[in-house]
Design a protein around this ligand. Sequence first.
Ligand code: GAL
Length: 665
Amino acid sequence: MPGYPVLPEGLAYGGDYNPEQWPEEVWREDVRLMREAGVNLVTVGVFNWGLIEPEEGEFDFTRLDRILDLLHSAGVYADLATPTSSPPTWFRRRYPGSRLVDREGHVLGGGSRHSFCPSSPDYAAASERIVTALAERYAGHPALAMWHVHNEYGWANAHCYCPTSAEAFRAWLRDRYGDVGALNAAWGTTFWGLTYGSFEEVEPPVAAPVGVIPGLQLDFMRFSVDAHIACFRRERDTIRRFSDLPVTTNFMIPNCKPMDYWRWAGEVDVVANDHYLDSSRAEPHIELAMAADLSRSLAGGRPWMLMEHSTGAVNWQPRNLAKRPGEMRRNTLAHVARGSDSAMFFQWRASRYGAEKFHSAMVPHAGTGSRIWRDVVALGADLRKLAEVRGARVTAEVALVWDWESYWALELEWRPSSDLRFRERMEAYYEALWREHVTVDFVHPSADLSPYRLVVAPSSYLLGEEPAKNLHRYVEAGGHLLVSYFSGIVDENDTIHAGPYPGALREVLGVTVEEFHPLREDETVTLEPFPATGRIWSERVRLAGARAVHEFADGPDAGHPAVTRHDLGAGSAWYVSTALDPGTGLRDLLGRVLDHAGVSRPRGLPDTLELVRRGDHLFLINHAETPATVPGVTGTGVFDGAAYDGSATVPAGGVVVVRTQAPPS
Ligand code: GAL
């Protein structure tokens, strides 16, 4: 099977290259500048369908031929994309049945990308034809390093509600359930008397008055993931008939909620991710780190590819903030620290026209006399020096449970509180661990947990019986588990596990929950003995084997357990029944749980200093405006050859990468 790395040496550096927006003399300048910056891989052809198949079945490869030849002559490799995320205008006119329909029944317009139904047989036939033509023509081209199928599956067309999708959904349900009785049982359709007499009666969950069957909604989400994966497989398998090069598609981890990337991960030869900073966040690099750790986890710990990020502002947020001096470098190196073997951008040269003309690029509108360009050239030099990290692994002692199905289920309508948000809890725990300088992996709840000293489940509302047993076995065998409230409540059909909450986790946690007491919007509760506060949630916890570590001092559950610990087998299971304040409460508790689990970590560092070990290399990324000194560092600076013998000082906003002999104490 084709694999990774895609380039003969070093880390991949480059971006989306859209030369079709420019006259040919600009292309020659492009490749000269690519050489200057050390670019060695560019993604080409992503949105070229209408250009290379201007009429149905008529191909014109002249421009793409010239571009690939030019890249090859300049020593730049191509990540050749299939252009199927943006069907040509003739396709839309000729096949109106392929148009995307939203929940409200609107047929969405053209003049945009992603405007097609993933279940359309006409789309399948047309995309297979263009992919076959591309693969046949370019499989042997010497510029090619890899294939980039489509662009961001599910970005804007995750769910289609057209008649074709409805029919495909019914076929998917027949396949899953066999007979309609099994479907009725799974979805609990005796509720409101919504029992289906046949599969023909099932509609996708289009806009309806209120409270649509949760099992129907979850299955439609699963079906939609499968519909997109089927599109990917069709293209990948077509390419494989002609080429042995690695095939991937760019994910949007974790910012495309409808795509269950655990299901996707096994389909690609290398996991590739696009990541953009969220300008509305005060410290967006923490979410970046989370995305990078998730990408590595989806790759099963193997190196992955950062397929897109930005040199500066994007164009699609309410306020598109430029990156501050040093921020691009910190961002890129944080991705590399967390396992990426590439640093790719959207895009090479900023567009003058079209929907994305205010998006930053490696060559900005300001040209090469700009800070961005100088930074791009300097980054290329840094990445060449970092070539030695290629292929190296990041290991983690702590895992966070992340399940897209639980994400979907938690955020269906009519939950005990609208403040119950998957990302809110995941990010609260991730951030606390990031600030403790603990690198984490993400795991599906049914994964092998034995490599970890501590497993944290911040938001596992939906948890099937088998994954719950997996957690139980992990603790009995000596693992340590930390679970946050409203976890283990329902099974994969959103049916509550029988008996008191938290059904699936009752035994491992040694508690039952008698009643939920969600808090008002600004309400807080206090915990004792340590001065911590809780928000969002309180509940009446009854001990059933566990002991109370903290109690609520006030609020609806005053005098009752707030945090519990259950020693079970050779391990322990901790339960937290409120949203601890991130400042002291959560970090303090986590610190104690990390100690109890024996998780090693550096102490006494500023919590704005990002520290990650990748193989023999220690990455120190300083997000603060003052220098930071890290004790216990011995080795050689990769960028400047500096010798470190006992400590390393990282300049304000700077990055130091040390080839170490020994880990920091
Ligand atoms: C990505 C997409 C690119 C470009 C970029 C802008 O999601 O793949 O084509 O649109 O966003 O940030």
